[in-house]
Design a protein around this ligand. Structure first.
Ligand code: ADP
Ligand code: MG
Length: 299
């Protein structure tokens, strides 16, 4: 059975769906990160084995083996070693120093990366937002948000989801990292961001990556969109198209995450409103509050 080396130090995070764990170690003075992915079992959701699904278990290894983002403009990967066995895959990557990147710099890089041609590869993630919302739908939509003061807006956006997903399908489809949270974009090399956690690399509507980055960004949507547009190669998409992709991605992500956080504390004693300041909930509600103008723009 595969087991982590007892000398490795666990890293917090490591919450990817097929991630067994993430550890920090070193070899010859070089700091390294080891990430272990598990082969899906019959008890895992079937989508772990579906190559187009965002939760496809071994995409990060396939990305590394292909070399497709080794030298791309905007975002690229740090070198990664891949070792496979019967139970899973061990990925070993150089530790990427945190360059404390400015959000505008990152948004510009996301725009440049959108112009990359990833080629036709069977394991690229497609339809990520649609698949995420199907998952939410199977869990009953956003029932906890219906008990809050944003119930009306949430309900209207939930009923508009098919219309908006179709509008996204009609936008230019571009390269996207798929999980561009600041923690996954730590490093800098020349003009580019050195990104990690490439397990959701794929193709999606222009602006979608920016809508995800917005969730925890310190800067406001407008200047970030301007920076993204400056990075976007000429002729790829109009500013209106990028803005729509960003808004829809940001709004549905913020609402789904707020629902998820609230639902975790909604059981038990006491009124729901009394739990808004719970440390497991408050950050998600703050994010939602900041994204609310984007939600309203869609109604
Ligand atoms: N190469 C790396 N350099 C620096 N930090 C890393 C590296 N790989 C992982 N980490 C840290 O470990 C966390 C989890 O790793 P990640 O690959 O993002 O796993 P997950 O898919 O579970 O999110 C990251 O958010 C980051 O803080
Ligand atoms: Mg991550």
């Amino acid at each position: 059975m595969w087991e982590p080396d007892p000398a490795w130090h666990p890293v917090t995070g490591g919450t990817g769906t097929s991630t067994v764990g993430v550890w920090r170690t070193e070899r010859d003075g070089q700091a390294l990160v080891v990430k272990r992915l598990a082969v899906p079992t019959p008890y895992d959701p079937p989508e772990y084995a579906e190559r187009h699904h965002f939760a496809y278990w071994r995409r990060e290894a396939d990305v590394a083996i292909s070399g497709v983002v080794d030298a791309t403009p905007g975002l690229r990967t740090a070198p990664l070693d891949v070792a496979e066995d019967d139970e899973g895959i061990t990925l070993t990557r150089e530790w990427v120093e945190d360059a404390a990147l400015n959000g505008l710099y990152v948004a510009h890089a996301l725009g440049r990366f959108a112009g990359v041609d990833l080629g036709r590869r069977k394991w690229l993630a497609v339809g990520q937002l649609r698949d995420r919302l199907s998952r939410v739908e199977r869990r009953g939509g956003w029932p906890t948000l219906a008990r809050t003061t944003i119930a009306d807006a949430a309900d209207r956006l939930w009923s508009r989801r098919e219309t908006l997903l179709r509008e996204l399908d009609a936008l230019p489809q571009v390269a996207q990292h798929g999980d561009p949270a600041a923690q996954n974009l730590p490093g800098r090399s020349g003009d580019d961001v050195v990104a990690i956690d490439w397990g959701t690399l794929g193709v999606g509507p222009v602006g979608a990556d920016l809508g995800l980055f917005l969730q925890n960004a310190r800067e406001d949507a407008e200047p970030l969109l301007d920076a993204y547009l400056m990075g976007l190669p000429d002729g790829l998409a109009t500013p209106e198209e990028a803005a729509l992709g960003m808004r829809v991605s940001a709004a549905y992500t913020a609402l789904s995450r707020a629902e998820w956080a609230l639902a975790r504390v909604a059981g038990g004693e006491g009124a729901l409103a009394g739990k808004y300041r719970h440390p497991a909930v408050a950050p998600y509600l703050r994010t939602l509050q900041r994204q609310f103008p984007l939600v309203e723009a869609l109604l």
